[in-house]
Design a protein around this ligand. Structure first.
Ligand code: NAD
Ligand code: UD1
Length: 338
């Protein structure tokens, strides 16, 4: 299939590209490199031993989108592009609504102009908000608690309405839980700007010596050891879910939201232990106060993904930590040092 991949240079996009190219699918990447570097794409090409075109541009730019659609004539779109930092979204909500929501509308309009009818979208478990019950299934009420989460929620609704307005369109809204890990090669991985907000990149930078210790955000939650529990999902499994989703989208019409997780949770301290095992390095921890907006537990119901996509997660947390360490230790400064 010819697939336009927005945000393909980013963390999840680059891992998905690798699997798309190995399938093989034909891809065109559209990215403005606001949170990534062309070096990631160069490495994907080397790993896949395949070439593809790159269109530097913003999803808010309809003219740029027209150029890309006209040249490549994609049969489907995988839409990763967007801003993703919860904290920043409180500071600059309009920027989040413009890039994520308006950008997605521009993309859908371009799809409509060029008769492209299939889309797989990067949504997030953050759309659920506070758990009324666990695990979260796809029918759980949606009540996101921050502007970033609300952009995902609005985009989901917009895509649902767009699909409903057409007889021949399909959208798969993948609700990722906590993506971590890296390709086994250690050549591509997550490369956050500045001090990481998320747990596993933070632990990795402590292990490699860039940061002194991990601040554990609270140990008084109602969990096995008092620290927050999350459903971590290996980025390779997540990338495979996109391949399954794009094939599903090509075979059906309509809109489906689907969780992507393992259905198993790990606490902060369990992840620290797993990372110490994987890296052979100590990860010093300091217990601190809870982080605003955090919840005790997040856990995915995964039967819908298995039923509709024939997809299951295969990696455990040891594999997630091992591959993260592989990437971090080979690239202590991320892509910068290349
Ligand atoms: P990322 O920041 O590494 O990748 C996003 C890519 O999109 C980057 O290459 C960036 O340069 C590009 N981009 C951003 N705004 C753009 C715009 N307006 N036009 C064109 N390109 C633009 O993030 P990621 O972790 O790979 O996440 C990919 C998607 O998955 C995002 O939509 C994110 O919200 C969603 N998601 C991520 C997580 C996670 O934990 N990483 C969890 C749930 C959902
Ligand atoms: C965060 C986002 C969520 C996003 C997800 C993507 C918030 C409130 N939520 O989720 O919207 O979809 O990332 O992966 O930012 N922790 C520490 N110390 C740290 C960092 C984290 O103890 O330095 C703990 C947290 O309290 C939490 C767990 O580790 O219990 C995971 O945190 P994180 O990786 O930030 O992910 P989420 O909070 O689940």
């Amino acid at each position: 299939m010819r697939i336009l991949v927005t945000g393909g240079a980013g963390y999840i996009g680059s891992h998905t590209l690798l699997q798309l190219l190995r399938k093989p699918h034909e891809v065109l990447v559209l990215d403005n490199f606001s949170n990534s570097t062309p070096e990631a794409l160069k490495r994907v090409k080397q790993l896949a031993n395949a070439d593809f075109e790159i269109c530097e541009g913003d999803i808010q730019d309809g003219t740029r989108l027209d150029t890309a659609f006209r040249a490549f004539r994609p049969e489907a779109v995988i839409h990763f592009a967007g801003l993703k930092a919860v904290g920043d979204s409180h500071e600059t909500p309009l920027e989040y609504y413009a890039q994520n929501v308006s950008g997605s509308i521009e993309l859908l309009k371009a799809m409509q102009r060029h008769d492209c009818r299939r889309i797989v979208f990067s949504s997030s478990a953050t759309v659920y908000g506070e758990a009324r019950y666990l695990p979260f299934d796809e029918h759980h009420p949606l009540q996101p608690t921050n502007p970033y989460g609300r952009t995902k929620y609005f985009i989901e609704e917009i895509m649902r309405d767009w699909v409903a307005s057409r007889q021949d369109a399909s959208a798969v809204l993948l609700r990722y839980f906590n993506p971590v890990g890296a390709d086994a090669s250690g050549r591509i991985g997550e490369d956050p700007n500045g001090i990481p907000n998320n747990l596993v990149p933070y632990i990795a930078q402590v292990a490699v010596g860039r940061l002194q210790h991990l601040n554990v955000f609270g140990d008084d939650y109602d969990t096995r050891d008092g620290t927050g529990e999350r459903d971590y999902i290996h980025v390779d499994d997540l990338a495979r879910a996109h391949l399954a989703a794009i094939e599903f989208a090509a075979a059906v019409t309509g809109c489906e939201a689907i969780n992507v997780g393992t259905g198993r949770g790990a606490t902060v301290l369990e992840m620290v232990k797993a990372f110490e095992r994987a890296s052979g390095r100590a990860v010093p921890c300091k217990i601190g106060p809870r982080r605003d907006g955090d919840v005790a537990r997040m856990l995915a119901a995964v039967d819908k993904a298995a039923r509709l996509l024939g997809w299951n997660a295969t990696h455990d947390i040891d594999s997630m930590c091992r591959t993260t360490w592989n990437w971090q230790s080979a690239n202590p400064q991320g892509y910068l040092q290349a």
